[in-house]
Write a protein that binds this ligand. Structure first.
Ligand code: URA
Length: 292
């Protein structure tokens, strides 16, 4: 249908039909670009970040509509979680901190009893759910717990975690202000990469956390986090410098802190990525600390 008048008429009819059927809002997913993922929509050119010099500026926004979080509420949590299903403008925005904590605790309890991945369940010391602010603006997603995380039950507490914490502080935040979790909630033996099946088994829990916290921004740390969350196959180098959408969140991908430990030169691009994120959030990094 190429005639604009006919198109407008047909659209009006459709909307009237939905309205008459009692529909007052459309979920956001209806509006995001349909697959295929390879379709790249130019980013809105107006935000100050995009105009900022000195930073490698992402030039694209990609929608990942087919990977919108679809949460099996009955399986991941309970009736309370049902209340947190996405509203047109904001997931669990109406929930209090206490309600979010309660819901997260319920999901964490399920996670702690999970035996979907037999190998992981039989080798873990404990599950590693997630930490931080249940109403954080930013969620950090890593790969999977390592030995230190498995021992302490908290994500990113080993060497890579210390570096991540430094990055968090350099952004002007504390660990308590953001929310941190992983693609997997159990340590893969020998720190091997999570298998696709393991990631898929754990996805319901990750999506529940995303839905309850309802962050405005998600940072995927490393290839595993980025590829799994977004359903992409490109390398992290290719996925950097682009904005993606996942549910209600705007997503940025960057190198994993473990990679930075092995390749300190990659700290610079990661810092560029963090500046980009802060800019997009309307924040500025704090001035560097003077040496004491
Ligand atoms: N690496 C990760 O990806 N996550 C952790 O929690 C620790 C190390």
């Amino acid at each position: 249908m190429s005639d604009p008048a006919a198109l407008a008429f047909a659209l009006e009819q459709k909307l009237r039909g939905w309205h008459d059927a009692g529909l007052t809002h459309l979920p956001r997913a209806v509006f995001v670009a349909p697959p295929p993922l390879a379709v790249v929509t130019p980013a809105p050119p107006t935000t100050p970040v995009e105009a900022a010099p000195a930073v490698d500026v992402p030039t694209t926004v990609q929608s990942v509509s087919q990977t919108q979080p679809v949460i099996n509420v009955a399986a991941a949590g309970d009736d309370i979680m049902a209340k947190s299903r996405p509203k047109p403008s904001g997931g669990s925005a109406a929930l209090s901190v206490e309600e979010r904590n309660q819901q997260l605790a319920k999901v964490a309890k399920k996670v702690s009893a999970c035996v979907r991945c037999q190998e992981l369940a039989s080798t873990r010391t404990q599950t590693v759910f997630g930490v931080g602010n249940p109403q954080a603006r930013v969620m950090f997603i890593g790969e999977a717990p390592g030995a230190d995380e498995d021992a302490q039950g908290e994500p990113f507490v080993g060497r890579a975690g210390k570096l991540l914490t430094d990055i968090i502080h350099a952004c002007g935040w504390t660990r308590q202000e953001i929310y941190i979790c992983n693609i997997l909630r159990c340590r893969p033996p020998g720190n091997r990469n999570p298998s696709p099946e393991e990631a898929s088994n754990c996805r319901e829990f990750l999506d529940a956390q995303i839905q309850i916290v309802n962050p405005e921004y998600i940072v995927c740390w490393g290839t595993i986090a980025a590829q799994n969350l977004l359903g992409r196959e490109e390398t992290i180098g290719q996925l950097r410098n682009q904005w993606f959408e996942y549910g209600n969140a705007t997503v940025l991908c960057t190198y994993h802190p473990s990679y930075l430990l092995r390749n300190p030169a990659a700290k610079k691009p990661v810092w560029e990525d963090m500046k980009l994120l802060l800019n997009k959030m309307g924040l500025k990094p704090p001035p560097p600390k003077k040496p004491s």
